[in-house]
Ligand binder design. Structure first.
Ligand SMILES: O=C(CO)COP(=O)(O)O
Ligand SMILES: O=C[C@H](O)COP(=O)(O)O
Ligand SMILES: [Zn+2]
Ligand SMILES: [Zn+2]
Length: 360
């Protein structure tokens, strides 16, 4: 018995009820699925390889900036055209290759502040076009992040988007309580500390508003989360706040489910195993991990270049002889692959930390 038994589609990109079933299964079995920020085919395959080798489901997500990178940094993005095309290209790529890895994959997009809503609108146009042809949306899920706006406007605008997505049974993640650090190029490092911690009343308000529209939503509730990795002690996480949210919603709705809310943990990098497992025990089913993987990807490439320096300074000639060609050392499939290996290893560690390994 494993998570795959709960799913209708067992490999490749999953959508609709399967997404909800996977998240519920994760909550019931005390694990969370890592959401990896991908920016290229290379980071996609490094993540998929880790999930396949660990017999785990995985979430691949593209941020607005990561999507534009998929399209190419040389393309203009004043109307979000690079972010829309790049995200759609990433989605088609991931949909094409995910099945050969033999694991279920949730295809998601990350954040999306108010000023970036045209990006989300463009992706939803692509979802609806795909839905007409295939009876399912192109992406499994999206995030909307209006956490810096007044709470009422955040909830009402999120509700309007969920209404648009509901006929496609598409998942929507929303944020309440600001994530510190940097996201989408916006610097939240100086944000007031209290706005990093969400109150249970806000969670219930969201739950009450969104539930009648669609059951396919999750909440990234702030419990001190910060993007990036800083000096120890700078970030104070309070995952125990999440248990108050669950208890409050359970009491208000009379639900017999101890974890009625699907919760998301942002800023996963640099956190302790206990912070992960505590948050997971309170109903976190998705943990976002980016910065630690950027670092892991670099280390493999960095070490390769440093160790092979004498083979990389000219096309011909190395310590083995002045006539020796260096092609097999500077082929990107060799040195980029080293970054993939160290990234895969770090994703495997996360899968163990979040108790996801061997859950399929
Ligand atoms: O929350 C994240 C992406 O949305 C990732 O945060 P980290 O970069 O801190 O892991
Ligand atoms: O928001 C958090 C993610 O780490 C994405 O970051 P990014 O905007 O630098 O791609
Ligand atoms: Zn945010
Ligand atoms: Zn985030």
């Amino acid at each position: 018995m494993g998570a795959t038994d709960a799913l209708e589609r067992k490999t490749g990109v999953i959508v609709g009820d399967d997404v909800r079933k996977l998240f519920k299964y994760a909550q019931e079995h005390n694990f969370a699925i890592p959401a990896i920020n991908v920016t290229s085919s290379s980071t996609v395959v490094a993540s998929l390889e880790a999930a396949r080798d660990s017999k785990s489901p995985i979430i691949l997500q593209a941020s607005q900036g990561g999507s534009a990178y998929f399209a190419g940094k040389g393309v203009g993005n004043s109307k979000q055209e690079a972010s829309i095309s790049g995200a759609v290209a990433a989605a088609h790529y991931i949909r094409s290759i995910a099945p050969i890895y033999g694991i279920p994959v949730v295809l998601h997009t990350d954040h999306c502040a108010k000023k970036l809503l045209p990006w989300l609108d463009g992706m939803l146009d692509a979802d609806e076009a795909y839905f007409k042809l295939h009876g399912e949306p192109l992406f499994s899920s999206h995030m909307i992040d209006l956490s810096e706006e007044p709470v009422e406007w955040n909830i009402n605008t999120t509700a309007a988007y969920l209404k648009r997505m509901a006929p496609m049974k598409q998942w929507l993640e929303m944020e309440i309580g600001i994530t510190g650090g940097e996201e989408d190029g916006v610097n939240n490092e100086d944000v007031d500390n209290n706005s990093l911690y969400t109150q249970p009343e806000d969670i219930y308000e969201i739950y009450k508003t969104l539930s009648p529209i669609s059951p396919y939503f999750s909440i990234a509730a702030g419990f001190g989360n910060v993007h990036g990795v800083y000096k120890p002690g700078n970030v104070k996480l309070h995952p125990e706040l999440l248990s108050k949210h669950q208890a409050y919603v359970k009491e208000k709705t009379g639900s017999d489910d101890a974890k009625p809310v699907f919760l998301v943990f942002h800023g996963g990098s640099g956190s302790t195993k206990k912070e992960y497992t505590d948050a997971i025990s309170y109903g976190v089913c998705k943990v976002n991990l980016d910065t630690d993987l950027q670092w892991a990807y670099l280390t493999g490439i960095r070490d390769y270049v440093l160790n092979k320096k004498d083979y990389l300074m000219q096309q011909v000639g190395n310590p083995e002889g002045p006539d020796k060609p260096n092609k097999k050392f500077y082929d990107p499939r060799v040195w980029v692959r080293e970054g993939e290996k160290t990234m895969t290893k770090r994703v495997c560690e996360a899968l163990v930390d979040f108790n996801t390994a061997n859950q399929l």
